[in-house]
Design a protein around this ligand. Structure first.
Ligand code: HEC
Ligand code: HEC
Length: 338
């Protein structure tokens, strides 16, 4: 009898501890998000695009409910579509919001400000025109190392409805300031993974884990802190696998909760180096043999050859990039002079 009582007590203690830990994580995250909002207010610059918030979604109408579902899919992708997804199991457990911060509304947070106004868009990587849903599926297959959604599925319609609602007021064909990824000052030397490892240990590891594996939430349905490399991270065909994209995302946004584009926490050099470190770690591979049929359109920092120039894969991946950019310009001029 006494033994049973002890076991019940033990179970109760374990449940309470788990409860407290879970709440702590939740409180931490909401504190970090509040911080970002406060920092933004201090230096609000009207010329920079900031997206509408969840509370502005016109819920109660069929259109509003679809937009809200889209918002939920972006912020909580893993709950619906992750390894334990309630709708389907087609992604690596990350959320779109992990890389498109604050549901794709944050200035320089890789936001969706230009999407509605610019798609369908020509994309050299895919050698053709892309609709919003095709672009979203690229992120499903590469950034989330998963499978695409049918463009007629309720989920894809909701994601597209959310993006169209978000970008409704952006004039067609324009790209508002602060959308997408920041272009940060380049270094005139290669980015250095060894120096980047030091940045990682000092500024990133506390959340993203010593092996960049991230931190799963209590019930394993998603990440409190997302992984930066390893089997559950983005694959080598993803946008973040280009070091300029990764560094341009990190500089104005990380460490999370204490950083905005007006209050960067680390130097641009640290951002380049830590990006080089992260993208020199193991991650899933995707076949990209059909990408970039026109080699001259490959971005300067695309890490896989063949190239239209004679720079090495090493230099394309880590830099210095300026000579590559200059050579590209030169080649273009030569063509137009002919
Ligand atoms: C691992 C990070 C990551 C994740 C996760 C991710 N994306 Fe992306 N996404 C990117 C990057 C990087 C780009 C390219 C941005 C650039 O080059 O300006 C991008 C671009 C896009 C674009 C095009 C934006 C534009 O302005 O043209 C859309 C739309 C998009 N993502 C939607 C999604 C959706 C929806 C999800 C979730 C299903 C998702 N992404 C998940 C990193 C990510
Ligand atoms: C206080 C915790 C914290 C610290 C410290 C931190 N991050 Fe993050 N990081 C996050 C969170 C949380 C997200 C996802 C944001 C969201 O979902 O709203 C994230 C997202 C990311 C992403 C995009 C998603 C992915 O997993 O690929 C990258 C890249 C990233 N962080 C890199 C860094 C780097 C580099 C540093 C150090 C300079 C750093 N982070 C420091 C919490 C942190």
């Amino acid at each position: 009898m006494r033994k049973n009582g002890f076991i019940i007590l033990l179970i109760l203690v374990v449940i309470i501890v788990i409860g407290i830990k879970g709440t702590e994580f939740y409180m931490e995250r909401s504190k970090e998000e509040k911080n970002i909002q406060e920092l933004l207010k201090e230096d609000a610059q009207p010329e920079v695009w900031i997206g509408k918030s969840k509370s502005q979604i016109p819920i109660g109408t069929p259109e509003g409910d679809l937009i809200l579902y889209g918002y939920n899919l972006i912020t909580n992708t893993s709950y619906y579509l992750g390894p334990k997804g309630t709708v389907a199991q087609i992604t690596n457990g990350m959320n779109c919001q992990n890389c498109h911060l604050q549901a794709g509304t944050l200035p320089y947070g890789n936001n969706f400000g230009k999407v509605a106004a610019n798609y369908p868009e020509y994309r050299a990587r895919n050698n053709g025109w892309q609709s919003i849903s095709a672009r979203v599926n690229d992120c499903f297959e590469r950034s989330m190392n998963g499978h695409s959604l049918d463009s007629n599925s309720h989920e894809m319609k909701a994601i597209v409805a959310y993006m169209e609602w978000l970008g409704k007021d952006v004039p067609k064909g324009t790209k508002p300031a602060g959308t997408g990824i920041m272009k940060i000052k380049m270094m005139d030397k290669p980015a250095d993974p060894a120096l980047g490892k030091l940045v990682f240990t000092t500024h990133c590891q506390s959340c993203h884990g010593p092996n960049g594996q991230g931190l799963l939430n209590m019930d394993g349905t998603g990440y409190t802190y997302p992984p930066l490399w390893g089997e559950h991270s983005y694959n080598d065909g993803a946008g973040m696998y280009r070091i300029s994209s990764l560094a341009g995302f990190i500089f104005p946004n990380m460490p999370f909760g204490t950083t905005t584009y007006h209050h960067p926490s680390i130097s641009t050099e640290d951002a380049w180096n830590v990006a080089a470190f992260i993208n020199s770690q193991p991650r899933p591979h995707i076949n990209q043999s059909n990408d970039w049929k026109d080699l001259s359109t490959k971005p300067f920092d695309f890490p896989f050859g063949p190239y239209a120039d004679s720079f090495s894969e090493q230099q394309h991946k880590y830099g210095p990039y300026q000579p590559i950019i200059d050579a590209k310009k030169q080649a273009k001029n030569n063509v137009s002079l002919k």
